[in-house]
Write a protein of this length. Structure first.
Length: 120
């Protein structure tokens, strides 16, 4: 059964993406959070970011780009949340990311595993 904190976390994630405002999302990260990201160009070796500061740099870069973000296909569980983000640049190029976040008892994100695909 999903906790209220986890449901609130997905609301924050959704608002943060749709407004391209990283701070609310960053506030959900535990200080020792880890992001493991698989990308088309990583050839099976994921990019790993450790700690809030490294993850923050990446989120700020992504949210600063001129593109729309739409969170879809949300699943909220007891200690995990999963969702997809569909992004579109003004020229029509699309990026889709799928994410599974592990959460602590307070609803803070301790680990994110993601996969990203984009138009070529």
């Amino acid at each position: 059964m999903a906790t209220t904190a986890n449901a609130a976390a997905i609301d924050i994630i959704n608002r943060s993406h749709s407004r391209r405002e990283p701070d609310p999302l960053l506030d959900l990260l535990a200080d020792d959070a880890e992001l493991v990201q698989y990308r088309m160009d990583s050839l099976g070796a994921p990019n790993r970011l450790r700690g809030r500061a490294e993850i923050e740099e990446m989120f700020r870069d992504v949210f600063s780009r001129d593109m729309t973000h739409e969170v879809r296909d949300v699943v909220v569980g007891e200690d995990k949340i999963a969702y997809m983000v569909h992004c579109r640049y003004p020229d029509g190029k699309r990026v889709v990311g799928s994410y599974v976040c592990e959460l602590d008892d307070d609803g803070r994100i301790t680990r994110i595993v993601g996969h990203e695909s984009w138009d070529e």
